[in-house]
Ligand binder design. Structure first.
Ligand SMILES: *[C@@H]1O[C@H](CO)[C@@H](O)[C@H](O)[C@H]1NC(C)=O
Ligand SMILES: *[C@@H]1O[C@H](CO)[C@@H](O)[C@H](O)[C@H]1NC(C)=O
Ligand SMILES: *[C@@H]1O[C@H](CO)[C@@H](O)[C@H](O)[C@H]1NC(C)=O
Ligand SMILES: *[C@@H]1O[C@H](CO)[C@@H](O)[C@H](O)[C@H]1NC(C)=O
Ligand SMILES: [Zn+2]
Length: 319
């Protein structure tokens, strides 16, 4: 992920020149050297935390659950304006709306409001996603960032372990261009250089950039995948990928960072450290109620909630 620093400023009201990183807040990168992911923790201590993202999700090891419906609000509305920016680390899109885009339900207790979306990709089509599924990497991953509306400000949300939700979607290669993404891909020429931005002529609805099915997903607690790597994120990774052509993904690799070409921007996977990962089976499929005596020491309220729901739903299906 995520909250790339320009956006972080906007979220937190942080200013340049904080004592820790005088002059250059965005001092991280992906190429080997002092700025690469293994060195992030030198400057950003949280990046060596225990519950970091991304992770490898092993389908054999996830706990199958049947969560309430994940609900989307106002996702069929076109934004009034859409800005697209190359911030040197990724492509970030921000959308102005007459009515806010929100999500609730699924594993979430409060309601979360849409903030921005951005992408992670790799040097070629055989890798590039951040989370892996069964050690498999997809060529690109979309992150849609949402903020908990229970907190008075976005800066407070960034200090809470339920502060953010990221909806992650994987991409797979198809022969044809995906027309929904053509405006974004066409704009990449204009934002070739870092710290440049433009507006999209028409924009798109949030629904149109989601996978066709959002019923099946993995969910776990983790962190931002870019410094400062705050452990404040509930991840929801949709099982069904979005299709994009090789040429469309290739256009992202042509962008420039401050240090050269932005050929790839995926953080390597981090230790799971015993965290539970759930898979929402959707519908009323067989439930596999988590084994509480199996050493899950995590104290996530989501865990209790899932247990409760499983039992309720199990009762329902018996009726
Ligand atoms: C949102 O609208 C305001 C006012 O029209 C404009 O200044 C701003 O650039 C827009 N932001 C985005 C992300 O489109
Ligand atoms: C893709 O890039 C990775 C990382 O540089 C490399 O290991 C792999 O061989 C490449 N795959 C192809 C098909 O070129
Ligand atoms: C995933 O791949 C890594 C690197 O190739 C390997 O070390 C690890 O054992 C694999 N994990 C699983 C569960 O297969
Ligand atoms: C539940 O966990 C306990 C302790 O690890 C183990 O002995 C037991 O076999 C597990 N039960 C199932 C159904 O996995
Ligand atoms: Zn991200």
């Amino acid at each position: 992920m995520l909250v790339e620093l320009t956006v972080l400023f906007w979220i937190t009201g942080l200013v340049y020149g904080s004592p820790n990183h005088p002059g250059d807040e965005q001092s991280f990168g992906y190429d080997s050297g002092e700025l690469d992911p293994p060195h992030w923790a030198t400057e950003y201590k949280t990046c060596s935390g225990k519950y970091q993202s991304p992770i490898d999700i092993e389908e054999d090891l996830v706990t199958k659950v049947n969560l309430p419906l994940l609900r989307f609000h106002n996702i069929d509305t076109l934004p009034t304006t859409t800005s697209i920016m190359n911030n040197g680390h990724t492509v970030v899109l921000q959308l102005n709306y007459s009515a806010p885009v929100m999500i609730s339900g699924g594993p979430l207790t409060p309601t979360y409001k849409f903030t921005q979306l951005h992408f992670h990709w790799g040097v070629n089509d055989s890798l590039g996603s951040e989370d892996l599924i069964n050690n498999h990497s997809y060529p690109m991953e979309l992150h849609m960032v949402f903020t908990n509306t229970d907190y008075d400000s976005d800066s407070i949300a960034l200090t809470k372990n339920d502060g953010l939700v990221v909806l992650a979607s994987f991409f797979e290669i198809t022969k044809e261009d995906n027309p929904v993404y053509s405006e974004i891909v066409n704009a990449l020429d204009i934002i070739h250089m870092p710290d440049t931005s433009t507006f999209l002529p028409n924009g798109f609805t949030i629904r149109s950039v989601l996978p066709e099915s959002t019923e099946h997903y993995f969910t776990y607690k983790g962190s931002l995948t870019t410094p400062p790597c705050l452990e404040v994120v509930t991840w929801i990774d949709f099982k069904h990928p979005i299709r994009l052509s090789h040429n469309q993904i290739q256009a992202f690799r042509m962008l420039r960072s401050k240090h050269g070409q932005l050929t790839h921007n995926a953080r390597p996977v981090q230790e799971l450290s015993g965290r539970p990962v759930w898979y929402n089976v959707g519908g009323f499929a067989n439930l596999n109620i988590p084994n509480t005596s199996s050493g899950l020491t995590f104290d996530f309220s989501i865990f209790n909630m899932v247990m409760l729901l499983c039992c309720k739903l199990a009762t329902l299906t018996l009726l």
